[in-house]
Design a protein around this ligand. Structure first.
Ligand SMILES: *[C@@H]1O[C@H](CO)[C@@H](O)[C@H](O)[C@H]1NC(C)=O
Ligand SMILES: *[C@@H]1O[C@H](CO)[C@@H](O)[C@H](O)[C@H]1NC(C)=O
Ligand SMILES: *[C@@H]1O[C@H](CO)[C@@H](O)[C@H](O)[C@H]1NC(C)=O
Length: 917
């Protein structure tokens, strides 16, 4: 995260540097005076071990944790499958776990004597999985708070590129709505990093997420360093933490180049080195007795943290993507001789593992997203196989949230995806527990469940690597965090590690093509015979042949399903169609054929690299908030005219089973324009079936973020709706020929819009077709929306109170029994699930599966599929003709709703082709 506003801070830095030099030169030790004073305490403290002594660690079993809250009852959790996080995440202990005084007192077999503790609470886990509390190595919780308000955006100073003296703890908002949400996802510990607008953004701090009695930021700290001046009885010297950033963000913020960034780092480290050398010389002299006891130890409040980096006492987290930047970073680390704990985002690290091994002082850990790539140029080569490839090269892999970039509540989903894309399950689990804890220097107390470790754990409703895994309880410092959790009953297959598909060819292609493997499949115009198919789903209903009819054959010709039948029956069923003896045979290994999904909510098809304007269609001129060029008049812009085909996000969407995309013109303000539907697998606009429907619905947005007030936006809408001289799209909206799709999140605005619809319907012969998109707060008006016949496209599918406009989320289990989608369905609303980010469209099928899993059986799989197909089409004006010519997605090795199958291809009747990937 980084802040966009610009300001220059050179004078401050220059003065700081000058003062420091003055200070140093006047405080150097003078040689030649032999005095009988002991060296100052700084000299010994400089060399103090940062690894706690064995005695200290052992004492925790009896003394407990420094974070123990007096009065917390000991807890014995019986009958669990405990993933301890140890042995690279592979260790599983069957049995019990005992928590007392904020630490784990035993795992597995608990001796009887220990269960006699006074006030012991005993809980039967019923055989559920337990993992260590999730550790997020990269979070901006509290410094970029929810809801985002100008008054609490403290993650980045914009005063200068080099600010090692700033501390994230000084901006930690204790009222961020997201703490509670993150805990509900099992996150117990997070590293709170400053943003990445600066080369050195400041010091980071580890916190525990639970509320404290003191209600202060300091009370949340894990291992508060002595430099904070807290009166902590624990006076050990502890690791400190700091953020660095290379590449585009600091360049964009300070109008600098990569060359400038490299110099900023070197200049800063040179300052720190001078002080360190002076200190070392001072202490060497002092220890020889050659010091003037009156001279002070050389130090600088501004540079002391960077001096500590040079002393190996700071765990550095470096935001850095590309080979060029990683190379510069390795040279910096060797020139100034300091270790790098972790490299974050790290989009290209998997392409240069040997380079990373050159880091001074040992291999860095690599902290990654699972699939959030291509937002900017330096992230363009990011790969879902990065975790696996880095692990193959012996580098520690961390999955992180960059909260609120990704909602840290769902950090376990990142580990699930990494596992899906072939990171081994142990390392996937470790990537959010022991690996980040070790990299941050706190692995001796968090991230693992073993005797003497902090009592932070999660009891899950399914295997944590299974899609949709949800905590049933979370303990932090031995204190249960969920007061009345809504628990789900997950299907049996979700109780085990998913048997993920093989990706060996994709992994090799990713390396061979330096992160840009070709994504177009092999197109077959002739016949394809799919064997060992367990289900064929059609759009209306599931499984003409039910799930029990395993081993069907499906014959596809020219992209269209000719016939399907159990083995042995095919020739009879297909006889009249002419059985194709020359068909290519493809084994689905028990997989399924299911209709392609439709997506909406992102800029897919209008944008390739979000932050590179030259790769996007660009925003429209908004008549309410901008000067529209005369030449445009009242023209309503059409998305179809700006479509780009075969972009990487688009092709990944296609390879994820999303065959149709509906997109509105890009814009930040009120009037967006006409939506269009296109085929994600098409090579260009002229290819057969590429444009599914050139005009779908008219799109506008109403919110409190634009320069015109909400009431002004409503006034404009009223004018347009009630105009007697409307032409073009507005007259089609008036006659209900097309829907009016309004991107709106806030319930008060939705209520006003429902009013407007009532007004319109009363004065017109037709009933306005209205759809709310985004619609985070729609659950508050579910009954009214249902009664008004308004459709809803929830985007994102999983809510986050990002803005004041839509802070009133319905969070879903374990925080609420119901989800928004369930609530809307219950009120008869035509509801669909959208996706907000281009990269994420490929994961649409996981979103709808998750929505079904979160409903505890209320949403069956047929309904789930409709959420991103027929309901979506209806909400957004894709007419029956467009939808009729179905695309079928071919899943190998499993169903469409789990992490076991792989999309092998698409049979597109619309495009008369079978694409195999
Ligand atoms: C974890 O994996 C690393 C890399 O393969 C290996 O060096 C290390 O010994 C493993 N640790 C344990 C405890 O198995
Ligand atoms: C500092 O902590 C000690 C106990 O650890 C306590 O006795 C003392 O009063 C505290 N001092 C202040 C100023 O709070
Ligand atoms: C179909 O695929 C499943 C999963 O790979 C396999 O267990 C089964 O044996 C296959 N059946 C046939 C008849 O090949």
């Amino acid at each position: 995260m980084w802040d966009r506003s610009k300001r220059k801070g050179w004078p401050v830095l220059a003065v700081a540097v000058a003062l420091t030099v003055l200070f140093l030169t006047s405080h150097l030790p003078s040689a030649g005076h032999h005095r009988a004073f002991p060296p100052p305490p700084q000299c010994a403290s400089m060399r103090a071990s940062l690894v706690p002594s064995a005695e200290f660690v052992a004492s925790r079993n009896t003394v407990g944790s420094d974070r123990f809250v007096e009065g917390t009852a000991p807890v014995l959790i019986r009958n669990a499958k405990i993933l301890t996080g140890a042995r690279n995440g592979t260790e599983i202990v069957f049995g019990d776990i005992l928590l007392d005084k904020g630490v784990v007192l035993g795992v597995g077999y608990i001796p009887n004597a220990l269960t006699q503790l006074p006030n012991l609470k005993s809980i039967d886990a019923g055989g559920k999985w337990i993992s260590p509390g999730i550790v997020d190595a990269h979070s901006h919780l509290g410094v970029y708070s929810a809801p985002a308000l100008n008054g609490a955006s403290d993650g980045n100073s914009i005063k200068a590129p080099i600010l090692p003296w700033l501390r994230s703890i000084d901006g930690l908002n204790t009222h961020d709505d997201a703490y509670r949400l993150a805990i509900a996802g099992g996150v117990t510990t997070a590293q709170i990093l400053p943003g990445s607008a600066n080369n050195i953004g400041g010091q980071a701090f580890m916190i525990k997420l639970r509320p404290t009695a003191e209600r202060s930021a300091s009370a949340m700290l894990l291992e508060p360093p002595i430099t904070l001046g807290l009166n902590n009885s624990d006076t050990r010297t502890k690791y400190r933490h700091m953020k660095h950033a290379c590449g585009e963000n600091p360049s964009r913020m300070y109008g600098q180049t990569r060359m400038d960034s490299a110099w900023e780092f070197r200049r800063a480290y040179n300052e720190a080195r001078k002080i360190k050398d002076a200190q070392d010389a001072f202490c060497a002299a002092a220890e020889e007795g050659l010091w003037d006891g009156m001279a002070a130890f050389p130090e600088s409040l501004q540079w002391e943290a960077l001096v500590d980096v040079l002393r190996g006492r700071v765990k550095l987290s470096v935001h850095c993507y590309e080979a060029v930047d990683l190379d510069a970073l390795m040279r910096l680390s060797n020139e100034f001789k300091f270790p790098i704990a972790s490299i974050h985002h790290a989009g290209e690290t998997y392409l240069v593992p040997d380079l990373l091994k050159k880091a001074w002082g040992g291999f860095p850990a690599i902290a990654l997203f699972a699939s959030n790539f291509r937002k900017k140029r330096e992230a363009y080569r990011g790969s879902e196989f990065g975790p696996r490839i880095l692990a193959d090269n012996g580098l520690p892999v961390i999955m992180k949230s960059d909260h609120p970039v990704l909602n840290s509540r769902h950090l376990i989903y990142e580990a699930q995806q990494a596992h899906y894309y072939s990171l081994n399950p142990g390392l996937a689990l470790a990537s959010v527990t022991s690996t980040p804890a070790n990299a941050m220097g706190v692995g001796w107390r968090v991230g693992t469940l073993a005797t003497g470790y902090d009592a932070d754990l999660v009891i899950w409703d399914s295997h944590p690597l299974a899609l949709g895994a949800t905590p049933v309880q979370v303990y932090i410092d031995g204190i249960p965090q969920l007061s009345s959790p809504a628990t789900l009953h997950k299907p049996t297959p979700f109780q085990d590690v998913p048997q993920t598909p093989s990706w060996e060819k994709e992994v090799q292609d990713t390396i061979d093509f330096e992160g840009l493997p070709p994504l177009e499949g092999r197109s077959i115009a002739g016949s394809v015979l799919f064997v060992n198919v367990s289900q064929v789903w059609t759009r209306k209903a599931a499984g003409h042949a039910g799930p029990h009819t395993a081993n069907m054959l499906v014959l596809v010709k020219g992209g269209t399903i000719e016939c399907y039948a159990p083995v042995g029956d095919l020739s009879r069923w297909c006889a009249s169609q002419g059985f194709a003896a020359d068909a290519e045979v493809v084994d689905l290994k028990g997989g399924v054929l299911a209709p392609g999904l439709t997506t909406f909510g992102s800029d897919l098809g209008l944008s390739e690299i979000m932050l590179e304007p030259s790769t996007t269609d660009g925003p429209v001129f908004d008549p309410l908030t901008m000067q529209v060029p005369d030449i445009l008049g009242n023209t309503v812009v059409r998305a179809v005219d700006g479509l780009q085909f075969a972009g990487r996000n688009t092709l990944y969407a296609y390879r994820g089973g999303v065959t149709t995309a509906i997109v509105a013109p890009m814009g930040r303000d009120f009037l967006l324009g006409m939506g269009a539907a296109f085929a994600t697998g098409a090579s260009n606009a002229l290819a057969k079936g590429a444009i599914v429907q050139s005009e779908t619905a008219l799109h506008i947005a109403v919110n409190s973020q634009m320069p015109a007030s909400v009431s002004t936006q409503i006034a404009a809408l009223r004018n347009l709706l009630f105009s007697s001289s409307a032409s073009g799209p507005w007259s089609r909206v008036q006659s209900a020929a097309i829907p009016l799709v309004i991107t709106v999140h806030n319930a008060d605005i939705m209520a006003t819009l429902l009013h407007l619809k009532t007004e319109f319907d009363a004065s017109s012969s037709s009933s306005l077709r209205m759809t709310f998109a985004g619609a985070t707060e729609a659950h508050l008006l579910a009954a009214e929306i249902g009664a008004a016949g308004v459709s809803v496209v929830l985007a994102p599918a999983r809510p986050y109170p990002e803005s004041w406009d839509y802070r009133r989320i319905l969070p879903g289990p374990p925080l609420s029994r119901k989800t928004s989608v369930m609530t809307l369905l219950e009120h008869g609303v035509n509801v669909a699930l959208g996706v907000k980010s281009d990269y994420d469209v490929r994961n649409a099928r996981f979103e709808i599966a998750w929505a079904a899993l979160d409903s505890d059986g209320a949403i069956d799989y047929t309904t789930a599929m409709a959420l991103s197909s027929s309901n979506m089409d209806k909400a957004l004006g894709l007419d029956a003709a467009g939808a009729a010519n179905e695309d079928f997605v071919i899943y190998q090795g499993g169903g469409m709703f789990d992490l076991e199958s792989k999309v092998l291809g698409v049979a597109s009747g619309r495009r008369s082709v079978v694409d195999l990937f």
